[in-house]
Ligand binder design. Structure first.
Ligand SMILES: [Zn+2]
Length: 120
């Protein structure tokens, strides 16, 4: 078995969707997309790469478009869940996944979630 996984990520279940963030990597150069412009800007540094929401940003469609219009192949590279930060809708601070909860409508950090639960 190879250590590198090349297959596409499994289709997400509803409550996994929010965690499916990816960066785009050029298969040709191995560089990551930094800015979606004409022409696109790339970086060798993973941390500087532009982060996409795989579902909300229609990443498969974007990859298809770029292949057609620019003749470039991009791969979606999933982020580790611990790399993904979400903004609390109440206090607007950013938190990692363990500290933030999705209520079905909003993201709340642990403190704001407790506060909103106490509200009538
Ligand atoms: Zn908060």
């Amino acid at each position: 078995m190879s250590a590198e996984r090349t297959e596409a990520p499994a289709p997400p279940s509803d409550n996994a969707v929010r965690a499916l963030h990816v960066v785009l990597r050029s298969s040709e150069t191995g560089f990551y997309l930094r800015r979606l412009e004409h022409p696109p800007e790339y970086t060798a540094t993973f941390e500087q790469a532009l982060v996409f929401d795989y579902v909300q940003d229609h990443v498969p469609l974007l990859i298809q478009k770029v292949r057609k219009s620019l003749g470039q192949c991009w791969q979606a590279v999933p982020l580790r869940i611990s790399d993904v930060l979400e903004t609390c809708d109440a206090c607007h601070e950013m938190f990692g996944v363990p500290e933030i909860q999705f209520t079905g409508r909003s993201f709340y950090c642990v403190c704001c979630a407790t506060e909103s639960a106490l509200r009538p």
